[in-house]
Write a protein that binds this ligand. Structure first.
Ligand code: AMP
Ligand code: MG
Length: 270
């Protein structure tokens, strides 16, 4: 299988990133109907390989989802990740650290959430919040958040060395589409419960968040733990692009069914 989808969205290591140069609404030459059909097929193939990953119980896959409020992290989990066997998927949503989390270093809760062998872990937000939010909101001195680039690079390197494949997705949504989605969320009684006043205050700091994300992408995209910037204004593009990259990663992981525990030749169940 070619790795074209992977290459197209991947952020090169150490290269300056200007998110304004990355499209939020590219449809990549796909059309909605065939993209939806292709997604069904891609999810089928993902599920097939995930079954092998669980059986093999040796490697794990960690999918990190970052992006602004309403960039579609929850929608992606619902539309793409639910195609896999839930017995082998662990979705973790990281919120503002509270209680015991605040009594530990910031990676403590993340390490505990790393998927076990055979499991696909999906992080809805992640340790990257611990760089971006404290920086933008000036919660800690610069040397504290800046040192975290190195911590997360080393942490991810260790996870990869120990058998985890890491994919990191930045769902790239435009200022205008975020506005529309937040407004729709407020106006619809089925979703207004989701509204968080911090969505509005964070939106006011749009450009500071953008700079912080650009630096994260440059500092922490590495060949072994790459970032992908996914155009996220169009939901079906977002879903198919991410699904294809996840599938490509699973193909490269090449999980194998274990050999039967016994010589089964001539074994009859009576
Ligand atoms: P949501 O994902 O919309 O449910 O919101 C979760 C909120 O928690 C977002 O505003 C995140 O920025 C915030 N959050 C998550 N992790 C952290 C963190 N480590 N430090 C600060 N804020 C965080
Ligand atoms: Mg929110």
């Amino acid at each position: 299988m070619s790795d074209t989808t992977m290459k197209r969205f991947r952020v090169s290591a150490n290269k300056a990133v200007d998110l304004d140069d990355w499209s939020t609404n590219d449809t990549l030459g796909w059309d909605k109907e065939s993209a939806k059909e292709e997604l069904v097929d891609v999810i089928d193939q993902m599920a097939f390989l995930q079954h092998r990953l669980m059986a093999e119980a040796d490697q794990s896959l960690l999918i990190v989802l970052q992006g602004r409020d309403a960039s579609g992290k929850d929608g992606l989990v619902r539309h793409v990740m639910t195609g896999m066997n839930p017995a082998g998927v662990r979705v973790v949503s990281f919120k503002v650290p509270a209680g015991v989390e605040k009594q530990h270093d910031y990676l403590w809760r993340c390490h505990a959430a790393v998927p076990a062998r055979g499991v696909v872990g999906v992080w809805n937000r992640s340790h990257y919040e611990d760089i971006v939010v404290p920086r933008v909101k000036r919660l800690v001195p610069e040397e504290v958040w800046r040192a975290r680039y190195r911590h997360v690079r080393d942490f991810e390197r260790m996870l990869v060395d120990e058998g985890t494949t890491i994919l990191k997705f930045y769902l790239h949504v435009s200022h205008e589409v975020q506005r529309q989605r937040l407004q729709k969320r407020i106006d619809n009684p089925e979703s207004s419960w989701k509204h968080d006043p911090s969505d509005i205050s964070d939106r006011k700091m749009w450009s500071s968040f953008q700079t912080a994300y650009e630096d994260v992408l440059r500092e922490t995209s590495r060949p072994h733990a790459p970032w992908y910037v996914i155009p996220a204004d169009v939901k079906w593009v977002r879903d198919l692009a991410v699904a294809k990259i996840v599938l490509e990663a699973l193909v490269l992981m090449d999980p194998r069914l274990p050999a039967p525990q016994d010589d089964l030749k001539g074994v009859t169940v009576i």
